[in-house]
Design a protein around this ligand. Structure first.
Ligand code: F6R
Length: 612
């Protein structure tokens, strides 16, 4: 969703801003703009609907706009349609103050009406412009920009990350944050604000994470952070482990393809530091055996693919923890009066760590007294910082909108937490614990084996890409994985697809199976393989064309009933989804490629969903 960058330094800011915006393109946007402050021309703004390319052409790569202080924004429309006027930055009526904003101002209409009564005219439909005009109002009132920012923040309600510049302050970039991510970056060439670390990675890995209610003033040489009453704060610097190459395409046709291929390494990085001497060691989780024994209910809250990772975990955790585990969509959890108390463990899974619904659900769980744990990929993200404990997945930056390595590292991270708790509680047999752990360490190598030879997956994609409706069927862990396989296909290829628990098919949906319907049958969960075979027979009898995903051990048997078969190496049944999902990701990728879709940026989707 919306992206913010700001720079103040010793170099021309416009090319830096445009480059930063380009690196956040993956988040999804429908308009973009930059504003620069120059000694001679004051505040200058260029913005346009559509792709960044248009903005770049409009400004000749930034060469048309002079100044070493500026802000930039990519907008994903919420209030007001995507057009030039609604694009950010927004400038106050007298042209002195420019602002970029992520988030939503809830009381903007009320403030707008009041300002209109004072004679202010508005040039956009956005809630963000209201803040630019309110700032001008307070600035005129008190004559001090920081005081004006303080007054303005006390007046507005909602979520925000702001980048603000003022014509009267040649060397000051002002930032403020509440419920919307914003980081500060330090570099010898100048200082940065950004909503996403990938925007500034090529300049610096030395950052400070802003907390809610904080205000920052950046100059070329300094960054000062204040609380909401303007008391100065001491902030801790963090070093970003990601490097710039990890966030670049590096010769691959698409980020998604690169990220699928990166999975063995991402999984290795996520698990290997956490397995020592045959045990799961989670230094970052501070749940004692006694606390674990006190937990009688577990919720997993997440959205989209992260929710699907939670469904896989539910099957595994209930088996090894012997406790009820409920997986709930974060958007539903927050309004469902969930039964959370001090005996409840609530796990929030989120790649970005910024998904608004997951964040709100996590806060609700905390408010109700639950013990919370976040499984996140982005270090310092809001969800990671808000939870009592956090376990990071080490997938590196994920740029493609459709997650792949984000999801598979969530699977193994949840496996680790599950085993850790089962060990604390003594609910898993030592033999099973060791067997799972041993196999877990072999996952990267086994996944690599499949990834070295996936021509058949590519071939089946070219054979089936013309279908307009697809059903994924499976049982238990295969069903849980099918949810993700189906989402992958629909989100990037725009083919309608649905995942069904095979046993449920007969209760209605089987009426949709007719000659030629493509069914992707998931038969990789060993304990229920024979049942998976029966379901293949059942749908084939109704004329379905069946592509089966199974393991090498079952391949021959499956080939007797299914039309086409893809197999992956065998592992412990509880870990099989981590391997079996890979052909489904690649199948979706190649189908989308055949259909000419914009794989890394599917229509209507944003990478990090920071609105409700
Ligand atoms: C689908 C996808 C989304 C995300 C969902 C949650 O490929 O990526 O469904 O999984 O928006 O995002 P995070 O994990 O960042 O909370």
């Amino acid at each position: 969703m919306c992206g913010i960058i700001g720079f103040v330094g010793r170099k021309e800011a416009a090319p830096i801003l445009l480059d930063g915006l380009a690196r956040m393109e993956y988040r999804g946007y429908d308009s973009a703009g930059i504003a620069l402050r120059s000694e001679t021309k004051g505040i200058q703004v260029r913005k346009s609907k559509g792709r960044l390319q248009t903005l770049s052409e409009l400004t000749h790569g930034g060469a048309d706009l002079e100044g070493v202080l500026g802000i930039g924004h990519t907008r994903w429309a919420t209030h007001g349609e995507p057009n030039d006027a609604n694009a950010h930055p927004h400038v106050s009526e007298n042209g002195k103050i420019a602002l970029v904003h992520n988030g939503i101002i809830e009381n903007y209409l009320e403030i707008k009406e009041q300002l209109m009564k004072y004679g202010v005219t508005f040039s956009s439909d956005t809630d963000s412009e209201v803040v630019a005009q309110l700032l001008e109002y307070h600035y005129k009132e008190c004559g001090n920009m920081m005081e004006a920012v303080g007054r303005c923040l006390r007046r507005i309600e909602g979520a925000y990350a702001f980048g603000i510049i003022c014509a009267d302050y040649p060397n000051a970039l002002i930032a403020a944050r509440k419920d919307s991510p914003l980081i500060l970056g330090f570099s010898p060439e100048g200082n940065f604000i950004a909503s996403d670390v990938t925007a500034i990675l090529q300049h610096t890995r030395d950052v400070v994470y802003m907390n809610d209610g904080e205000i920052a003033v950046l100059t070329a040489d300094s960054i000062d952070v204040f609380d909401d009453e303007m008391n100065p704060l001491e902030k801790t610097h963090s070093f970003v482990e990601w490097d710039v190459a990890a966030a670049e395409k590096g010769g691959y046709p698409h980020f998604m393809f690169k990220e699928i291929l990166e999975q063995p390494e991402a999984i290795r990085k996520t698990i290997s530091p956490r397995i020592r001497d045959g045990r799961v060691v989670l230094d970052d989780i501070h749940i004692s055996a006694e606390e674990a024994r006190n937990i009688n209910h577990i919720y997993i809250i997440a959205c989209g693919s992260a929710y699907h990772a939670g469904v896989v975990a539910k099957y595994i955790w209930e088996r090894i923890l012997r406790r009820p585990v409920e997986v709930t969509l974060a958007s539903e959890f927050r309004y469902s009066q969930p039964l959370v108390d001090e005996h409840t463990l609530v796990i929030a899974i989120s790649q970005s760590g910024e998904t608004l619904d997951t964040m709100a659900a996590l806060r609700e769980a905390k408010r109700l007294g639950g013990r919370t744990l976040a499984v996140c990929n982005v270090v310092g993200s809001s969800i990671a910082r808000e939870a009592h404990d956090v376990l990071y997945t080490w997938a590196g930056p994920e740029i493609a909108v459709a997650t792949s390595k984000g999801y598979s590292t969530q699977l193994v991270a949840m496996d680790l937490v599950g085993l850790y708790l089962a060990d604390l509680l003594g609910t898993i047999e030592p033999e099973e614990y060791s067997a799972v752990l041993t196999e877990m360490q072999k996952l990267p190598e086994k996944m690599q084996t499949y990834l070295e030879n996936f021509e058949d997956t590519q071939y089946f994609a070219s054979r089936y890409f013309n279908h307009d409706s697809v059903f994924f069927i499976g049982r238990n862990l295969d069903y849980a994985m099918g949810l993700e396989g189906s989402l992958k296909l629909k989100e990037i290829s725009y083919i309608h697809s649905e995942a069904y628990a095979s046993g449920e098919l007969k209760h209605g949906t089987i009426s949709l199976i007719e000659p030629g319907t493509l069914v992707i049958a998931l038969g990789s969960y060993g304990p229920l393989f024979d049942k998976a075979m029966s379901n293949v027979v059942e749908v084939r009898a109704r004329g379905a064309e069946v592509l089966a995903i199974t393991t090498d051990a079952f391949r021959e048997k499956m080939a007797k009933t299914a039309d086409s078969v893809i197999s992956v190496p065998d592992t412990h049944p509880l870990l099989q989804p981590t391997l079996s999902i890979v052909p489904l990701q690649l199948f979706a990728y190649y189908v989308a490629l055949q259909r000419g879709c914009d794989i890394d940026k599917p229509r209507n989707l944003a990478k990090s969903v920071t609105v409700e």
